[in-house]
Design a protein around this ligand. Structure first.
Ligand code: BMA
Length: 381
């Protein structure tokens, strides 16, 4: 059932369902970066495009794994606790999988992440994976930027290249192992080497040349798609907040044949006024959406938030004005940590923006899980 609250207002959504069900994969044209992407993955890509007509999907990182004051496994979600609905997009992070660790850098066991991802898929919602991988040269964290030449070291011919292939082998096994009841790999979004316009990760702007960045990105795509036969990925290229012009955003862009989704990550900082945040976000979002149109990509805010949401009406007064006429596919809000009391980005019961989040949820064009479950994003013909 489509959620009733949105039927009342949601004519665009109904039109969208109609379009989704009668118009897919025109002329067998393959529009995904991976030309051998599974049919379901191509459907997801086409379906996400169509969905931008009816609204913007709302996402949350680690939504099912933990939240403020609770840890899984217990099938909870801070968004569900407030709205009786789940987000439409679920973010996960693969950091530490590269080492063969059983848990990720935020203590989520990969076995559970797999189960959650399958649950998300069965709900008709979307999974996106980022990768805060360790430094392959020093063994330090993703934030270890002291040693130069790390990206160069994992390129073909580099001293850590073989090790990097082993990392990708582990990711490939995970991606290929995410299979549905029919033994088909579930489509997902992969967002590696994110925030590359910033300097805080070893793959960041001041730690490798544009050419090195582009080469490692393309190698990663080709290795997973061709060597490892992973064909359930949409590739997301996502910048940090450090870009002013299109040229800054595009400096490390790997090319249209290697990207499906373009995005950026940006947070409202403590002390930053709502007006300032809205102005910056509107300007950058419009720049992103223009770029996405020029390159025929899906635009998204791949991370967003205001830590502790100190302003009670933030969702309808700040977030919605940014998103509402943007043309974005989705916006993903960051995690509600269970072990860091002040590190949360969506409300939980009792948080000061809880009521306002429900108003935001009730807006006809914010899309949550119940709004997209009947879109048959993966299977429509
Ligand atoms: C950051 C923080 C960290 C976390 C990292 C990767 O923004 O939330 O606590 O380890 O993301 O998820």
């Amino acid at each position: 059932m489509i959620c009733l609250r949105k039927i009342l207002y949601g004519l665009p959504a109904l039109i969208c369902i109609f379009l989704l069900n009668c118009n897919q994969l025109k002329n067998n044209e393959i529009a995904t970066a991976d030309r051998q992407a599974t049919t379901e993955t191509q459907h997801l890509h086409a379906g996400m495009k169509q969905l931008t007509i009816s609204g913007i999907m709302i996402g949350h990182q680690d939504d099912l794994a933990y939240g403020v004051g609770w840890m899984a496994p217990n099938g909870r979600s801070d968004i569900y606790r407030i709205c009786s609905d789940y987000p439409a997009v679920f973010g996960w992070d693969l950091g530490h999988m590269e080492n063969g660790s059983a848990v990720n850098l935020d203590s989520v066991p990969f076995a559970e992440m797999k189960a959650y991802s399958l649950q998300v898929h069965s709900l008709g919602a979307i999974n996106t994976f980022s990768w805060h991988c360790n430094n392959p040269l020093t063994g330090g964290s993703a934030w270890d930027t002291q040693t130069p030449g790390v990206v160069a070291s994992i390129l073909p011919g580099g001293e850590r290249h073989a090790a990097y292939r082993r990392w990708l082998d582990r990711l490939a096994e995970f991606f290929n192992g995410l299979t549905d009841d029919n033994n088909k790999p579930i489509p997902l979004i992969f967002r590696p080497f994110h925030e590359q316009t910033g300097d805080w990760f070893w793959w960041g702007r001041s730690h490798c040349t544009p050419d090195e960045f582009i080469r490692i990105w393309r190698f990663t795509v080709e290795y997973l798609n061709e060597t490892k036969q992973v064909h359930n990925l949409l590739w997301a290229y996502s910048a940090s907040d450090r870009f002013e012009q299109k040229e800054d955003f595009m400096e490390r862009y790997p090319g249209d044949r290697y990207v499906d989704i373009v995005g950026f990550d940006q947070y409202q900082q403590a002390g930053q006024s709502n007006e300032d945040f809205m102005a910056v976000m509107k300007r950058k979002t419009s720049l992103l959406v223009d770029l996405a149109k020029e390159h025929d990509k899906l635009p998204a805010i791949t991370e967003m938030g205001y830590e502790q949401i100190p302003y009670p009406a933030w969702w309808t007064h700040v977030v919605w004005p940014i998103l509402k006429d943007s043309g974005l596919s989705y916006a993903l809000f960051w995690r509600n940590a269970a072990d860091r009391p002040n590190h949360y980005y969506v409300p939980y019961p009792g948080q000061i923006s809880e009521e306002n989040f429900v108003l935001f949820y009730d807006l006809p064009r914010t899309l949550f899980q119940k709004d997209i479950q009947d879109m048959n994003l993966y299977t429509h013909k």
